[in-house]
Design a binder for this molecule. Structure first.
Ligand code: ADQ
Length: 461
């Protein structure tokens, strides 16, 4: 069987202890056939040296490359996170575009391609991850690489008109046409990309390469290892940490939110909705506490710093207004938790509040469902703008922009009887089990293999 080569911005070191489901699943796929995991080392060198490191674990080789500080500033902090991330999350208002960072983004992709081309053997299947590496296939093809090349985009793809508003979009989004297969989280993302290719071709903004068929595009909703996560939650149930959390609530209910501190996650709106719930139902809230875990992310980017200040201000305001000496409505925690502790906290929460303004999938929603006790489960309130909304049929869907609507949904969710909670939970868990992270890797690789075969038939015909 041909080897698998995975390329991602960051490479998880072998046997990393905090590895989440995705890393474990990709590693398992690599070990199936043997292969290579290639990407940036995470190191930024001041003197500009770009050393390459090799490590091996069994039949898998891990190859990482250092980048210069200037490259990291342009490619990663700059174009990937200040330009592409907001553009792909429908936030043209937050896009910072500069030709300089765009050029560095393309140069770094070209450099990755140059190094990667030397590692590839004929027949290797190459699976590239996410928005940091959109032009990589084109750069590899330009170096004569003829292997099957696939991309999975972990974030949304916006409607065609928004994508075409990005200056020089052809060299990033148009370049995605060089893949054999492009996988998206949802059908909506897939349709948006197909429409983009059509519109940009019709208007002459991009030209598809003659002789090469356009990429196969399909939705592959990513997931978690539901059984493993449920087990972690069961193990955590009696732990000191979870008992301590329960004791501190004194019998009142808990709502939980777990999000990277990112404007796409709708944290400001979530706090506002929780404040509105307290205001509308004052005296009748049952002492509900919101535990919001939000580790700081991309602290070097201005919009993220501003968001952090805004959240501190709102949390302080709501707590000042509603708290009493025995109860603080919002517990706001900016740190990372171990996976088992997290699973235990989800399990202890009567409500899961997952309300992003836009999210590729959102694995927190799936983790919350997997962590519930099926006999006495909590309720998931989920934004209709998260990819996960397509799959978790038992969740209560909300519009995160509708502050009053979310406030009322919190109240309604708290009132659900045990039978309805169990039915809703069972429905979500069923689809979570059917399409877990192992299904995801297998479905993607099967599609790539099928595509590879039809492509070779087309070239030999
Ligand atoms: P993210 O935007 O990072 O991922 P998400 O899917 O929610 O969003 O994944 C976050 C992961 O980090 C979860 O597994 C969560 O448990 C973990 N996490 C968050 N806060 C934590 C904390 N304080 N302590 C410990 N763990 C924490 C991107 C896309 C998503 C898509 C994923 C995968 O933006 O839409 O679902 O990739 O494709």
């Amino acid at each position: 069987m041909s080897r698998l080569v995975i390329v991602s911005n960051r490479v998880a070191a072998p046997q990393q202890s905090r590895a989440g489901g995705l890393v474990v699943a990709l590693d398992a796929a690599l070990r199936d056939t043997g292969g290579v995991w290639f990407g940036w080392s995470g190191k930024a060198t001041r003197d500009g040296t770009q050393a390459v490191q090799h490590a091996r674990a069994g039949n898998v080789e891990y190859v990482t490359m250092d980048l210069s500080e200037a490259d990291v500033a342009g490619y990663y902090d700059g174009f990937s996170n200040r330009t592409l991330w907001p553009a792909l999350h429908y936030r043209l208002d937050l896009v910072e575009y500069s030709r300089e960072t765009h050029v560095v983004y393309r140069q770094v992709n070209a450099r990755f391609a140059e190094r990667l081309a030397t590692l590839l053997r004929p027949g290797d299947r190459v699976w590239i991850q996410d928005y940091h590496l959109l032009p990589l296939a084109g750069e590899l093809r330009a170096r004569g690489v003829d292997n099957p090349l696939a991309l999975f985009l972990h974030v949304p793809f916006p409607p065609s008109d928004l994508a075409r508003a990005l200056p020089n979009h052809a060299s990033v989004f148009g370049a995605m046409a060089a893949y054999d297969l492009v996988g998206f989280q949802t059908r909506r993302d897939c349709e948006n990309f197909d429409a983009y290719l059509r519109d940009a071709t019709d208007s002459g903004e991009i030209a598809l390469r003659a002789g090469r068929p356009p990429p196969l595009t399909r939705a592959f909703p990513i997931s978690i290892d539901a059984d493993e996560f449920a087990q972690a939650a069961r193990r955590a149930r009696g732990s000191a940490g979870v008992r301590g959390l329960r004791d501190s609530l004194g019998g009142s209910a808990l709502a939980i939110g777990v999000d990277r501190l990112d404007y796409s996650k709708g944290l400001v709106e979530k706090f506002q909705a929780f404040g509105e719930f307290l205001r509308r139902h004052s005296g009748n809230t049952g002492g509900l506490t919101l535990l919001q875990v939000a580790p700081v992310s991309r602290g070097g980017v201005r919009s993220y710093r501003e968001l952090r200040h805004e959240l501190e201000r709102i949390a302080g305001h709501i707590n000042g207004r509603h708290a009493d000496p025995q109860w603080t409505p919002i517990r706001y925690v900016n740190r990372n938790l171990g996976r088992q502790t997290l699973a235990g906290y989800y399990g202890a929460a009567r409500l899961g509040l997952v309300t992003p303004l836009r999210d590729g999938m959102n694995l927190v929603a799936k983790e919350y469902v997997a962590a519930q006790d099926p006999d006495d489960p909590g309720v998931l309130l989920l934004s209709r703008f998260a990819g996960a909304a397509d799959q978790l049929g038992g969740a209560m869907l909300v519009n995160p922009y509708d502050i009053g609507g979310v406030a009322d949904a919190i109240d309604a969710a708290l009132r659900l009887g045990a039978d309805e909670r169990r039915e809703r939970h069972a429905e979500s868990l069923r689809s979570l089990r059917e399409q877990d992270i192992h299904w995801w890797t297998a479905a993607f690789l099967d599609a790539l293999d099928a595509r590879g075969t039809s492509r070779s038939r087309a070239t030999t015909a």
